[in-house]
Design a protein around this ligand. Sequence first.
Ligand code: GLY
Length: 337
Amino acid sequence: MLNRRTFLQSSLFTSASIFIKKTVIGAASPKKRNKPLVISTWEPNVTANAEAWKILGKGGKAIDAVEAGVQIPEANPHDQSVGYGGLPDRDGKVTLDACIMDETGNCGGVVFLEYIVHPIKVARLVMDKTPHVLLAGEGALQFALENGFKKENLLTPESEKAWKDWLKTSKYDPMTIPKLLQEKDLKDGRGQQHNHDTIGMIALDEAGNLSGACTTSGMAYKMRGRVGDSPIIGAGLFVDNEVGAATSTGVGEEVIRICGSHTVVEYMRMGLSPDEACKKTVERIAKKRGDKANDLQVGFIAVNTNGDIGGYALQKGFTYAVQTTEGSKVYHSKSMF
Ligand code: GLY
């Protein structure tokens, strides 16, 4: 299995780079970018960006690009934080959350959805076909099945094994489990395999329209029924075509508490750059949580209407991937700690 480091190396040298003219790893110094562009949380999502680029590069719509792009990690059985193969809740069930938002403020989401590989497609249908914004649990599943989706087992042998290992102690600490898993991975030489890996993606299309999508299996071994920030418009994702868009990854409870992505967009409305807006928002979490923030990870990425990009996180280790007409880049985010 590819860890994050080998994954990135392979993205440099293999056919995965067909859609990636140039991949550079560098310190974050985002400059003004031409339309179109796509940005995603976490470095392995260069492949998700490449999928989105198939639409954006041909002058397609941002909303279609983000919906297509995030389906890459949703379908990847080795991505244990999103879609098929996601780590289950503490009862061994994989439950998924996702949302999508376009340039007009149309949006849709699903929470606590089981058995469906692509929750983002269901979220898009909630947006397009219903007068509602969010569908939950059994109702969301019923809606998906009525619209032709198939029920599938999302628990891979790899994730089932991880859950059974966790059951040996059953220590309920979902807020810091990603950090502990990450430390273990680094010790085992597996890179950042378990760094929390929700994909939030934002695209700015040729026509100058912004859209975003966010999808996750949520926290590993969470309480049954727990829902994080990712499917909540304003928390895990927010788009305002007059200002910009933002999305988040990490401990969802912290993001919900401050309406994180909406806060980032409002800071941009006040004139801050995407980088500064993400930083201010992370600082707000840190101020509210005091010492508790030392053990939590939250990261934001943002784009404004000029195509300027930015990101910022509480802890080191957060990365984000960007694709523009100049190629693909991975940024190592600045962080508070
Ligand atoms: N940010 C994903 C979650 O907390 O579920």
